[in-house]
Design a protein around this ligand. Structure first.
Ligand code: ZN
Length: 169
């Protein structure tokens, strides 16, 4: 178990499209453990492997405050979705920035868990939004891609400035 570094926008590695996991083995389970450690430490409610520079289709989530419902989605696929909603999102790779993002209201997702078992889930609300956000990461997409170019530029400037400060500190 280890805490890994989280890539920050505009790091180009966040644009990598992740590859499907062929076999859920101990290496993948080790990755999942590290991802939970990293996400809880941050702290956040979801993390895609892309964000720690591992380009395999693995997502972890826990929407509870007491860390009681860890969820693992390996090779997640949205089979169906519908409705629309708009809510404020943030991202561990875009620290300190939040904005409204249009999303489907509900999703029907299929994924594999850390034991290699395939499961399906139909859900709405925060979990549905979170699943869409994390699957976007696996496809190299960020929530700010849904915003205007002007806003995106502003975020980029702000984060580049923060990164410069951090490296000279
Ligand atoms: Zn994110």
């Amino acid at each position: 178990m280890a805490i890994r570094d989280i890539l920050s926008y505009p790091d180009p590695r966040l644009r990598t499209v992740a590859k499907p996991v062929n076999t859920v083995d101990d290496v993948i389970r080790g990755l999942v453990d590290d991802m939970f450690d990293t996400m809880y430490e941050a702290p956040g409610i979801g993390l895609a492997a892309t964000q720690i520079d591992v380009h395999q289709r693995v997502v972890v989530m826990d929407l509870t405050e007491d860390r009681s419902e860890p969820q693992v989605f390996i090779n997640p696929e949205i089979l169906d979705s519908g409705g629309s909603c708009k809510g404020q999102e943030g991202c561990l790779s875009i620290p300190g920035y939040y904005d409204d993002v249009p999303r489907a209201e509900w999703v029907h997702v299929r994924a594999v868990d850390q034991h290699g078992r395939t499961f399906e889930l139909e859900t709405d609300g925060l979990l549905a939004v979170c699943i869409q956000h994390e699957i976007d990461h696996l496809d190299g997409k960020l929530f700010i891609d849904y915003l205007s170019e002007l806003k995106r530029k502003r975020v980029r400037k702000k984060l580049e400035k923060q990164a410069r400060h951090a490296s000279t500190a």
